[in-house]
Design a protein around this ligand. Structure first.
Ligand SMILES: Nc1nc2c(ncn2[C@@H]2O[C@H](COP(=O)(O)OP(=O)(O)OP(=O)(O)O)[C@@H](O)[C@H]2O)c(=O)[nH]1
Ligand SMILES: [Mg+2]
Length: 358
């Protein structure tokens, strides 16, 4: 089911992204395959993945693509931007729009994140609500009334979908590896009563293919194919995302910080790439020199991030480099430094500079 050759260096694919964005709708599979008397049918369109933080939206996007484009963590509010993941299959191009989790936003950065998610419901062909099924299943098992199966926050996502003008709706009932099979049916029944036109597909984005109810993501792709219109490909068919290589590098560094630090630190951090250069080497792959600034809000956070004799920062750098090198297909010399930008999460010009506000 996964795209062929996806484990090739992401670099070559990303490199084409910028150039390719100007070519939208110009070159398509249909154009190159037209035979007299035979017009192959192609479906292409946009599907927004929406849901609560931590539901597994980014994990799902990566599972469909078979490679990591969007970062993941066990902490909520990991994704901060709109990120496209382009799935190219037989006769279909599904452009998934990963979004930040919907939450009651306090503060400017969080409001911007929620704004990105709600705006992503405009001008798309379909929406997929990614719902962590383990919570509602647990509430069913403990005898909750049908009206209490969804939390208020989950009901708000549902209301947002209902208010949007998007007609084609699917629900990816995620994390089914965490529940027993007999919890599924009552949950599906309850959800189909609330959203009668939605197609509900139980999946495990994390364990797709290996879990006890494997195959869910395949079924979801089939549903999505029916939700997008007949159209030539909207992006070149070897393109997997719209984000730049620099962006993915900064996100991979931020992911390590999310995974290695606690409390408020992950939420006080932004990563900015200051230098990104390639040194050509005779008979060898190039060497990348990357310098990134990790921005925090307070001195105390800077101390924690750096750690004793720089140990914490070193660990972040080592883990990030392990992910960046295969992506670029070349060795990387990665330098990280930490600086304090008081209240950057409330600062409009910094938020704009970091790409969190437009
Ligand atoms: N057990 C289980 N865990 C999963 C599954 N899918 C995702 N997760 C875990 O759920 C957590 C959140 O996943 P993400 O993909 O970052 O969730 P998200 O919806 O993108 O979250 P935000 O970016 O914060 O909105 C991670 O720890 C994932 O490993 C699944 O199918 N089963
Ligand atoms: Mg995410």
């Amino acid at each position: 089911m996964f795209r062929e050759g996806t484990f090739d260096s992401l670099r070559s694919l990303l490199e084409r992204s910028a150039a390719a964005s100007g070519n939208r709708r110009r070159k398509s599979v249909r154009d190159s395959r037209i035979r007299p008397g035979y017009l192959p049918r192609m479906h292409a369109g946009f599907i927004t993945l929406i849901g609560r933080p931590n539901a597994g939206k980014s994990t799902l996007l990566n599972a469909v693509l078979g490679q990591k484009i969007s970062i993941i963590s066990a902490k909520p509010q990991t994704t901060r931007n709109r990120i496209l993941g382009i799935y190219n299959g037989e006769g279909v191009q599904i452009i998934m729009v990963d979004t930040p989790g919907l939450h009651q936003a306090k503060g400017r950065l969080n409001r911007a994140m929620v704004g990105v998610a709600t705006d992503s419901l405009q001008d798309v062909d379909a929406v997929c609500w990614v719902l962590d099924a383990s919570g509602p299943a647990h509430r069913i098992a403990s005898g909750s009334l049908p009206s209490k199966i969804l939390t208020k926050a989950e009901s708000r996502v549902l209301a947002l979908i209902e208010r949007s003008n998007v007609e084609k709706v699917s629900i990816a009932l995620n994390k089914i590896d965490l529940l027993s099979r007999n919890a599924l049916l009552p949950l599906i029944a309850a959800l189909s009563e609330r959203l009668p036109n939605a197609e509900i597909v139980p999946i495990s984005a994390l364990k797709n293919g290996s879990d006890k109810f494997s195959g869910g993501v395949d079924r979801l792709l089939t549903v999505w194919k029916g939700h997008i219109p007949e159209s030539p490909a909207l992006y070149p068919t070897d393109q997997v995302t719209d984000v730049s290589e620099r962006f993915v590098v900064s996100e991979l560094i931020r992911e390590k910080i999310f995974n290695l630090t606690r409390q408020e630190i992950p939420y006080a951090v932004a990563v900015e790439i200051e230098k990104f250069s390639e040194e050509a080497r005779e008979g060898k792959p190039p060497l990348f020199h990357i310098m990134a600034r990790i921005m925090v809000e307070r001195d105390s956070q800077k101390g924690i991030l750096i750690g004793k004799q720089g140990s914490s920062l070193k660990r972040i750098g080592t883990l990030a480099r392990k992910d960046i090198e295969p992506m670029l297909g070349a060795p990387v010399f990665l330098q990280l430094h930490v600086s304090v930008a008081p209240k950057w999460t409330e600062n409009p010009s910094l938020l704009r500079e970091l790409g969190y506000e437009s």
